[in-house]
Design a protein around this ligand. Structure first.
Ligand code: 5GP
Ligand code: ZN
Length: 134
């Protein structure tokens, strides 16, 4: 429990949220400022800041719950697709520093846009980039 963390407060139910699913390790609730109708966040109950910090067990549990909720969305919300998204670090748009997976229902013709431009970067150095990442 991080005293300053709004998602820790939601996890221990001392702050309100529209909870969608919960178990001993993981809780999912509606985003208070949804990108689309049904936008849900899945978090580990145990505080971790981001993908660098979270345990393998916790990220596995988050992924499992995200998959279960995503799987219900087409029938429940009549959505046409789903984005799973995690932002880790302010440079990656993270604003709440308690790990969370966004589960974002997508609708044909919704207003969301791909945030990068395919083909905008040169690709000659792909072999070197792969090398440093191996
Ligand atoms: P991030 O920008 O870190 O990837 O995502 C944080 C998300 O948390 C945002 O989509 C934001 O709307 C949501 N959020 C921030 N504060 C609260 C809150 O108090 N309750 C709920 N349900 N969502 C929140
Ligand atoms: Zn927290």
């Amino acid at each position: 429990m991080n005293d300053q963390c709004i998602f820790c407060a939601i996890a221990e139910r001392s702050a309100p949220a529209e909870v969608v699913q919960a178990d001993d390790h993981t809780i999912a609730f509606l985003d208070i400022s949804p990108a689309t109708r049904g936008h849900t966040l899945v978090i580990p109950r145990r505080h971790s800041d981001d993908v660098f910090d979270i345990s393998a067990d916790d990220i596995e549990r988050v992924a499992r719950m995200a998959k279960q909720i995503a799987g219900r969305m087409p029938a429940a919300l009549s959505c046409d697709g789903v984005n799973l998204l995690n932002s880790s670090g302010s440079a990656a748009w993270q604003t709440v520093h308690h790990f969370h997976m966004h589960v974002i229902p997508r609708y044909d013709n919704d207003p969301l846009k791909l945030p990068w431009t395919p083909g905008a970067l040169a690709t000659e150095d792909l072999p070197q980039i792969a090398e440093v990442l191996r």
